[in-house]
Design a protein. Structure first.
Length: 88
């Protein structure tokens, strides 16, 4: 079997796609089933882009983003299996 034949079978009959995984997605987005959630997320990203552009064009407006995901470690438990799993 030649390399061209292998490539043709692999690309056309297996129907595989390759790409970079998406980052900063939630579990609802990863499932890909909730169109209302996707619409709301898209609107939020568009609003953030507009705010960023507005701040870029105005000297007295600042645009800042913060990742606060790890600043509030909840639940803070001292006993039980959740405590030991939290340590990992």
């Amino acid at each position: 079997m030649s390399a061209q034949t292998y490539r043709d079978i692999f690309n056309n009959q297996f129907n595989l796609g390759f790409g970079s995984p998406k980052s900063d997605t939630c579990t609802v987005c990863d499932r890909g089933s909730d169109e209302d959630h996707k619409t709301a997320a898209s609107a939020a990203f568009t609003a953030a882009q507009q705010d960023r552009e507005f701040a870029r064009n105005n000297d007295n407006v600042y645009y800042a983003t913060f990742d606060l995901k790890k600043t509030l470690p909840l639940p803070r438990l001292s006993t039980g299996i959740a405590f030991y799993l939290w340590q990992v």
